[in-house]
Design a protein around this ligand. Structure first.
Ligand SMILES: *Cc1c(COP(=O)(O)O)cnc(C)c1O
Length: 357
């Protein structure tokens, strides 16, 4: 290793070794159709009138907590509001893992932020596989988890769309009682609400459910998420979280997004997006350039192409989707479910691929 100069010479080893996190939005791509970040195609204009911005906000805005608790059918003291589910992930690692000593377990391929967060806090990754999670028995899974402190189950899983049965999640939580915390990341749960693990909080003090307004609620720009868990688990989190994490502006908008009529509208949009996904999956399965279609839950579909260069053709035409390396192959692509016009762009691209065969 080359000798570092200031200020890098001051960096702890784990920070120095970090690769810049590449989110769907960190690259400067040019395009016209954005289907790369699992955002909702529905945007609304919000008008606000606020007069009290000279005052610090409520650390946990009462009206938002109340509304989310009602939506999730939980008590208010089981809800913590965060700056996106990403902050929830970070709070769990910072609060429950000892730097340089502890590990978290995750099931690859999965959402990238678990590893990024663990790396930045010098927490080790116990890298398990989705195959183990889906096909293994709970005994096999718990054995592989070993003494990892946190077990991240992304449900539905980004980017494969697969879901883990609740009976398996509860069996894992049961076996890990008093030993580890099972974190169920439900960023996409509104697309399959019957799969939520939130009812397991009745029986388990070692389960946390992560939620967000970024996907089905169409508010990725707001940066709002929630941690759902029992009070004992949340108490230390409440000590670690920033004193005023949620601005008054954000709280006001989140409150509106959780009104009954807004929730009805969100559910209507989910129905439309789920229907559009079925259509897209059909097109993909009929396309000769597509080898595999992972049509699971969530507002996205992940496919393997026969030819990676076909992705560039889409990019060149302004159709931006998210390329992935999965199972050590770099010809995977995740397509977010957009609106009708956006999916028409995908159709045009697929038609062109069919024509060239
Ligand atoms: C998008 C996403 C998140 C992040 O949500 P934010 O609330 O925008 O931080 C968390 N987990 C998964 C699996 C996601 O896909």
């Amino acid at each position: 290793m080359t000798k570092q100069t200031f200020p890098n010479s001051l960096l702890p080893k784990n920070i120095n070794a970090l690769a810049a996190y590449s989110s769907a939005k960190s690259q400067k791509l040019t395009g016209s159709t954005w289907l790369n970040a699992n955002e909702s195609p529905y945007s609304k204009t919000i008008e606000l009138s606020l007069s009290d911005l000279n005052r610090y906000p409520d650390p946990q805005p009462e009206s938002v907590i109340q509304a989310y608790a009602q939506y999730a059918q939980l008590d208010k003291d089981q809800v913590v509001m965060t700056r996106g589910a990403d902050e929830g992930i970070e709070l769990l690692v910072r609060t429950y893992c000892k730097s340089g000593e502890d590990s978290i377990a995750l099931f690859l391929p999965t959402y990238g932020m678990y590893k990024v967060t663990a790396d930045s806090h010098n927490v080790t990754i116990n890298a398990l596989t989705q195959d183990l999670l889906l096909q293994g028995s709970s005994e096999q899974i718990v054995t592989a988890v070993g003494n990892s402190k946190l077990v991240f189950i992304c449900n539905p899983n980004n980017p494969t769309g697969s879901t883990t049965e609740l009976s398996k999640i509860s069996a894992i939580a049961k076996a890990l009682e008093n030993k580890a915390i099972v974190v169920v990341d439900e960023a996409y749960i509104e697309f399959c609400p019957e799969q939520t693990a939130s009812s397991l909080l009745q029986d388990f003090d070692n389960i946390v459910v992560l939620r967000t307004l970024s996907k089905a609620f169409a508010l990725a720009g707001l940066r709002t998420g929630f941690m759902l868990a029992n009070t004992k688990l949340l108490a230390p989190i409440r000590k670690v979280i920033a004193p005023y994490p949620v601005s008054r502006v954000v709280a006001k908008i989140a409150e509106q997004a959780l009104q009954a009529d807004a929730i009805t509208q969100m559910r209507r949009q989910v129905t439309i997006l789920n229907r559009a996904k079925t259509t897209l999956v059909q097109w993909l399965k009929e396309c000769s350039a597509v080898d595999k279609v992972l049509d699971g839950q969530g507002n996205f579909v992940t496919v393997q192409l026969s030819n990676k260069a076909d992705i560039d053709k889409a990019m060149q035409s302004g159709l931006i989707m998210r390329p992935f390396t999965l199972y050590e192959q770099d010809n995977w692509l995740r397509i977010s479910i957009g609106n009708e016009q956006e999916l028409e762009q995908v159709k045009n691209w697929l038609d062109a691929l069919n024509a060239q065969q």
